[in-house]
Design a protein around this ligand. Structure first.
Ligand code: AMP
Length: 483
């Protein structure tokens, strides 16, 4: 059986209905069980006001019911809004408020909490994915049903995943990377093995769990795979069915790709690139030995079918196609700035990524034009952290800066606050007691990966000539602090 991403119905019911569709953290479901549970869930959701074009927030981590709810919402035609438990309650509350969801479905409890419930202006959305926003609030990326259909076609047509792929899912469902596994499992009739944070942390049993279910496709950020290299079980002997590494979400370092080629000589490594705003990814390339010999940094590949890539005069990568979002929810200002209609009438998105394309259309990413960063694969707008720091009691101004490795990858966030300490010196690290209290406050609003590791009190925040926070100067201030 599989789930058709054009009709949004289960189909091929006679084909292996007893094969596993979902191996979740708590329980497993065969395809016929997934179909029956998704239909039952849709019935209940309708009773809670979930309807076509009326969104439902789905809250949880890696429960089978989280997956069931997403499929149930697709059956109804209600956009789902995935929110992982990594997000604090305040962020969930804001998301539900912004999207005016009919209900929040708690996947662990199996219960609905009623919300406002309003029809969205955009019709026929598959999901709304919230990413970090520079105004201090997360912003909702609206992805149409046509876009996920194209995602499924691309993955099954171009990635060589085989007949019934078994996906390793680890990224939170609130990170759009995970939509790779969700939609490719549905479209192919394969299996998705969901891995909770606690399961991954239990190193001795985690890899055997993946082996037991015959995982064939590893989907993660490069950072996550890099962490696994220290685990000796992360090997072809322990994972004999693993055929493909599918990466997205941040630069794939050539050194990591080399190490993976050595350790898994029989596996295919795919580097893919794209923002949430263009349905997971837009480019792909198989990182072969020849590609590794020719390039460092690695290219991110060529445009997927039915899409077009441009690098404009300013060096910004623009993406064209029906997989480009319908827009940010209720953010006409941002839509005006980031979206346009291309010459052929299709939607186009200005990514904010700098790029270079060779004469054969091979794309290279060259960093960002703005203050959006990636930390361990998580997308972060520094301005959102600035706002949260500014909101701390007694603080007159807040800003955040990033410590980076020599290759440019982000290692740590440092927060800066002005107006707190009796600043007789230009800057000082805050005492651990004070820091702890502030961390807890920030964690009420921000997910843990956005909470700075250290806080520095400064007399004043350095500003650049155009009255923006001078983040380079902040790092200079930090490195000058006597330890
Ligand atoms: P997200 O919306 O979380 O997927 O983040 C998208 C951003 O991550 C892109 O705009 C890029 O800045 C960066 N990114 C994603 N994939 C890659 C890649 N393969 N190589 C370099 N940067 C990437």
């Amino acid at each position: 059986m599989r789930f058709d991403l054009k009709s949004f119905q289960f189909t091929d019911a006679e084909r292996a209905p007893d094969a596993l569709a979902i191996v979740a953290a708590d329980r497993s479901l065969t395809w016929s069980q997934l179909r029956d549970e998704a239909r039952a869930w849709a019935g209940e959701a309708r009773r809670h006001g979930v309807a076509p074009d009326v969104p439902v927030a789905v809250y949880g981590h890696k429960e089978a019911s989280f997956f069931v709810a997403m499929v149930g919402a697709l059956l109804i035609g209600a956009p789902f809004v995935p929110v992982d438990t990594i997000y604090p309650a305040e962020r969930l509350r804001r998301i539900v408020e912004i999207v005016r969801a009919a209900a929040v479905y708690d996947a662990a409890a199996g219960a609905f909490t009623p919300g406002e419930g309003a029809m969205l202006d955009e019709r026929g959305l598959a999901y709304v994915m919230f990413t970090s926003g520079s105004t201090g609030d997360p912003k909702g990326v609206q992805i149409g049903r046509e876009s996920v259909g194209l995602l499924g076609d691309w993955m099954l047509g171009s990635f060589g995943l085989g007949d019934a792929p078994v996906f390793m899912n680890q990224a939170p469902f609130s990170f759009d990377l995970s939509m790779y596994e969700v939609f490719a499992t549905l479209a192919s009739g394969g299996t998705c093995v969901l891995n909770a944070r606690e399961q991954i942390a239990a190193a001795g049993t985690w890899i055997p769990r993946l082996a037991e279910h015959g995982v064939t496709v590893w989907v993660s950020t490069p950072s996550f795979a890099h962490q696994q290299l220290a685990n000796r079980d992360f090997s072809p002997a322990a994972l004999p069915t693993l055929r493909t590494f599918l990466f997205c979400g941040e630069p794939l370092p050539a050194a990591l790709a080399r190490k993976l080629r050595q350790r898994f000589p029989g596996a295919v490594i795919l580097n893919t690139y794209g923002p949430t705003e263009a349905t997971v990814a837009t480019t792909w390339i198989e990182v072969t030995d020849a590609v590794l010999a020719a390039h460092d940094p690695l290219p991110v590949g060529h445009a997927k079918p039915d899409s077009e890539l441009l690098v404009d005069e300013g060096g910004e990568i623009c993406i064209v196609g029906d997989h480009v979002m319908r827009g940010y929810l209720n953010r006409a200002d941002l839509n005006e700035a980031k979206l346009y209609i291309y010459a052929d009438g299709r939607r186009a998105f200005r990514t904010g990524d700098l790029g270079q394309m060779d004469e054969k259309g091979l794309l290279f990413c060259r960093g960002r034009m703005d203050d959006q960063i990636k930390l361990n694969g998580y997308r972060i707008e520094l301005a959102e952290i600035d706002e949260a720091l500014h909101g701390l009691p007694g603080v007159e101004g807040g800003a955040c800066a990033v410590l980076r490795r020599p290759d440019g990858t982000a290692v740590r966030l440092i927060g800066f606050v002005a107006g707190v300490a009796a600043a007789d010196s230009p800057a000082s690290l805050l005492a651990p007691e004070a820091l702890e209290g502030w961390k807890a406050r920030l964690a009420q609003r921000l997910p843990p990966y956005m909470v700075p590791s250290e806080l520095v009190a400064c007399a004043a925040l350095p500003m650049s000539n155009n009255h923006k926070i001078d983040r380079k100067k902040l790092i200079e201030i930090y490195t000058a602090i006597p330890m």
